[in-house]
Structures are given as structure tokens and as C-alpha cells.
Design a binder for this molecule. Structure first.
Ligand SMILES: Cc1cc2nc3c(=O)[nH]c(=O)nc-3n(C[C@H](O)[C@H](O)[C@H](O)COP(=O)(O)OP(=O)(O)OC[C@H]3O[C@@H](n4cnc5c(N)ncnc54)[C@H](O)[C@@H]3O)c2cc1C
Length: 465
């Protein structure tokens, strides 16, 4: 997305542009898989699937490409009907919280008011089922007395009957104590809870229509199967070595926008790069992800009252998403039977694809026994993004073990708004979601692609090589 957006913007400014793409597929981490069945196509998303309403650049791009009529609501975990929480060996609906459920304790929470205790148990449940392990590990031991006291103060006037089963009540409580939460928890709040609570959209027919339309409309030649193997900054610009169908080629240009994900870029020789950019490339954190799609003869979960939305589990599957608004023609449907992020993806990533699918089928049948019926699952596909040679991970992330510091004040975000969302070194401009303030979102890739194009248009200091 970053590369195609940069190409489109640069062409619009009159530049000559050539796009070098290692893969034969267009779209990178926007990757729609289509199951063909009885002459019809049923799709599921192996990469990006949700478009939050607040992501203005995504919707502006969709509008520009004429795709707005394809926008449909995507129901999140808080918006669907009938999703299941599978936690500590019990399964229950989103509004429930079984009294004896074993949940991690917040250290120092004993003796708090009944309202604060109820709030914290509900929050512990959400963190346990929804947060990636990296964030869970930082939430429970780290959020100290200050946080607990602030929760108690905020809830001093709470109604004795409030059970905080409405996610809005949890969000309001967390907003009120923002200045007492650590950075990892702030990211959980802003990137997971708040994103699940806002209106979300999807493209009917598949998210890949977005990069495919960009590729068709950007006005630049896209050379597929062209793997960049080395980059050299020279006195006159940038030289790029490419392996194309096994044949070595070299390209030279005054300026090059490079949107290669950093786990791939780290393995390439780059001559002439300054120390700051080297540091930025080396220092970025990344999280892996796995997804498993099951093509099902029937959307059997709908018979249980599930309409869109998701189920969450503290076990192997982590997240299950139910198709909704997908215009599937018959009773069939594509279930996102498992979506794991970060360390939670490691157990499934370690399995060969066939075993990965088998493990997910066994687990998801615990939630929906009808899926175990013979003939119910017609086909399947899985992805481990860390094994993808063109990504070697799923997304850049601000999670890191140092994120125990308390976020000060009523921060709107951790990033500096004025910071450019592309990085320049001589004639080389680095872009991609990793350079952006909306890491791990299409919005970030678009912002970065746009900033990269603007940077190319501006004069820059000559590089001493
Ligand atoms: C599992 C998953 C779920 C996601 N869910 C969402 C979501 O719901 N909503 C959302 O908005 N975002 C989501 N995202 C994030 C979103 O997909 C990314 O932020 C965005 O697509 C990244 O775009 P990019 O251009 O920065 O990188 P990429 O899409 O990775 O593009 C990089 C391109 O470089 C190519 N390349 C790599 N190496 C080379 C090389 N050596 N030579 C030449 N070409 C090379 C790749 O093939 C690729 O086409 C998700 C991502 C994943 C992985």
C-alpha cells in the first residue's frame, strides 16, 4: 500500500516511476484468499480486514479509486451478536462474568471498593482474552497502587448495580485514569479496545481490491518478481540490485522510495546509509501473526445465534471472526477460525501448515461442535506472516519490554504529530507502515507513502559518499 500510494502521488506530480515488487502478487500485507466452489468465489482475509472509521486517509483513497459503493460495516467483537468468551476453562457470552472465574489478580487490589473490584475483574477478563501476551505480561504486574487508587476514585460515585458488562463503561473508566497507565496498556486501550468500539468497515468482495485498484490506477509500471537484493547510496542518487527470475539487474535513479518491511530490509546490504537510519531500521520492534481460514459448507455458527463479530479465547485460537455483510451467495461461509498476534502466534507458527489447520479445527470445534461434522469444512488455508519471505513478520509495533513507563497526562497518542512519516537518507526515502504513526494499519502505510512522495518533491542535501 505504501509503495503504490507513493507511486500514484509521484506520477500525479509528473515523476517517472517504476515499481519493483518481489512477489508475483500485488498487495503485500493486504491479501485476500478466494475459495472457488461450484463456480462461485468465497473470500477471506489473510492480512488486513478492518477499516476503522477514524482512518481518514483510507476512506479518501477508497473514494478516489471509486470503491466507496463496496464499503460495508464490519462488526467487531463488541458489535456482533452471540460471540463467545472462552476463558479459564469456561465459555460464556460477552455480557457475562461467571462468579468463580479464575482471573489474574491486580497486585494490591485487595480491600478496594466493590465497584472498583467489579471494574478490575471485568478489565482483567478483557485483558486476558483480548490482549496479546506481550501486553498481558506488562499489565498485571506493572499497574501499581497509583492506578488502582485512581480507579477507585473515579468509581467513587458508581451505582452499586453497575456490573461494567458494557464495554463503554470500561472504556470510560480507562479514559479517566489514562495518566496512571503504562505505555503497553495505553496501546492496548487505543489500538485494541478503542478500535473495537468505533465503527469499522470492510470492502465487500475482498480487501485486495484496494491495492489492485491502486496498481491499475497509479500510472506506473509495476515489475513483479523483481526482488531487491542490495541498495547503494551514490553521489548521484541510489543504485538498486535486483534478482528477477534468477537474473541479476541493476537500476539507478536520483531518488528511490523503499517500502520493504524492515525485517526483510535488515538482511539486505545497504551501502552508504547514515548511522541514524541504520539505528531506526535495527531498532524497530515487530510482532508476528497467524491466521487460519476454514471454508465451511454451512455458516453453522449462525444457527447458534451468532451474527458477525468475534469470539475470543485464552487458548490456542485467540480470536475467531464470523463473516458478515460478505454477500456469500449460498449457505457456505469463510470462518476466520483463528487469528493470533505476537507471542500468541508462536505455537501455531511452529506447526507445519497441515498440522496448524488440524489443531485449529480441533480447538474451534470446542466452541462450535457443528464444525466437526463430516463434510462441514470443505477447504482451508493458513498463513504464518513470519514465514512470509517478503515480510518476515506481521507488523511493526511499539510494544517493547521497556513500555512499563506511565504515560503522562491525557495523551492523545504517543507519537509526535509533526514527525514526518517517511525517513530520508540522501536519495533514499524509506516508507511503509513502520515509519508511520498508525503502525500496523493500512492508514499508516498510506500516510507514509504520501509523506514519501512529498519528500521526493522537496530539495534535499547532497550526500557525501
Ligand atoms: C495479519 C494482519 C492483519 C492486519 N489487519 C489489519 C486491519 O484489519 N486493518 C488495517 O488497516 N491494517 C491491518 N494490517 C496492517 C496492514 O496490512 C499493513 O499495515 C499494511 O498493509 C502495510 O503496508 P506496507 O506498504 O507498509 O507494507 P507491505 O504491505 O508489507 O508491502 C511491502 C511490499 O514490499 C514487497 N517486498 C518485500 N521485500 C521485497 C524485496 N526484497 N524486493 C522487492 N519487493 C519486496 C512485498 O512483497 C510487499 O508487496 C494487518 C496486517 C497483518 C499482517
Amino acid at each position: 500500500m505504501a509503495g503504490l500510494v507513493a507511486a500514484m502521488e509521484l506520477r500525479a506530480r509528473g515523476h517517472e516511476v517504476l515499481v519493483l515488487e518481489a512477489s508475483q502478487r500485488i498487495g503485500g500485507r493486504v491479501w485476500t484468499h478466494r475459495f472457488e466452489h461450484a463456480g462461485r468465489s468465497y473470500h477471506g482475509e489473510l492480512g488486513a480486514m478492518r477499516l476503522p472509521a477514524s482512518h481518514a486517509r483510507v476512506f479518501a483513497t477508497i473514494e478516489k479509486l471509486g470503491l466507496t459503493p463496496k464499503l460495508r460495516r464490519f462488526l467487531s467483537v463488541f458489535q456482533g451478536q452471540g460471540g463467545i468468551l472462552d476463558c479459564a476453562g469456561q465459555r460464556f457470552g460477552f455480557g457475562a462474568l461467571p462468579p468463580g472465574l479464575a482471573l489474574p489478580e491486580w497486585p494490591g487490589a485487595a480491600g478496594l471498593s466493590p465497584a472498583a473490584t467489579r471494574f478490575l475483574r471485568r478489565l482483567a477478563l478483557l485483558v486476558t482474552v483480548m490482549a496479546p501476551r506481550e501486553v498481558r505480561d506488562l499489565a498485571f504486574p506493572q499497574m501499581g497502587a497509583d492506578f488502582l487508587a485512581a480507579v477507585q476514585r473515579h468509581l467513587a460515585g458508581a451505582d452499586a448495580a453497575t456490573d461494567f458488562s458494557d464495554p463503554a463503561a470500561i472504556l470510560a473508566g480507562l479514559e479517566a485514569v489514562r495518566g496512571r497507565i503504562n505505555q503497553a496498556f495505553h496501546l492496548f486501550l487505543s489500538d485494541i479496545l478503542l478500535k473495537a468500539a468505533e465503527p469499522l468497515y470492510q470492502l465487500a468482495g475482498g480487501a485486495d481490491q484496494l491495492p489492485l485498484a491502486l496498481a491499475a490506477r497509479c500510472g506506473a509500471e509495476i515489475r513483479r518478481g523483481a526482488e531487491v537484493t542490495a541498495i547503494e547510496l551514490t553521489a548521484t542518487g541510489v543504485s538498486v540490485s535486483v534478482s528477477r527470475h534468477g537474473v541479476a539487474e541493476t537500476y539507478a535513479a536520483p531518488q528511490v522510495v523503499c517500502t520493504i518491511p524492515l525485517p526483510v530490509l535488515r538482511r539486505l546490504p545497504i551501502a552508504g546509509l547514515d548511522a541514524r537510519t541504520r539505528q531506526r531500521i535495527a531498532g524497530m520492534n515487530y510482532a508476528g501473526a497467524t491466521k487460519v481460514l476454514l471454508f465451511c459448507a454451512e455458516r453453522c455458527w449462525e444457527a447458534e445465534g451468532i451474527q458477525g463479530g468475534a469470539s475470543f479465547s485464552d487458548r490456542l485460537l485467540r480470536q475467531v471472526y464470523y463473516p458478515h455483510n460478505q454477500d456469500f451467495p449460498g449457505p457456505e461461509g469463510v470462518l476466520l477460525a483463528s487469528y493470533c498476534i505476537g507471542a500468541d502466534a508462536e505455537p501455531l507458527a511452529a506447526l507445519p501448515p497441515a498440522e496448524r489447520v488440524a489443531a485449529v479445527r480441533r480447538e474451534v470445534a470446542r466452541l462450535h461442535p457443528a464444525l466437526a461434522r463430516p463434510g462441514m469444512v470443505l477447504d482451508s488455508v493458513s498463513v504464518d506472516w513470519t514465514a512470509n519471505p517478503w515480510t518476515r513478520s506481521a507488523c511493526s509495533t511499539d510494544w517493547d519490554p521497556g513500555m512499563q513507563d506511565i504515560v503522562q497526562g491525557g495523551v492523545a497518542g504517543l507519537a509526535d504529530e509533526a514527525e514526518p512519516q517517511a525517513w530520508r537518507c540522501g536519495g533514499l526515502v524509506l516508507a511503509g507502515e513502520h515509519c508511520s504513526q498508525a503502525k500496523a494499519w493500512i492508514e499508516g502505510a498510506i500516510a507514509s507513502g504520501q509523506d514519501a512522495a512529498a519528500m521526493v518533491a522537496r530539495p534535499f542535501p547532497a550526500l557525501a559518499v
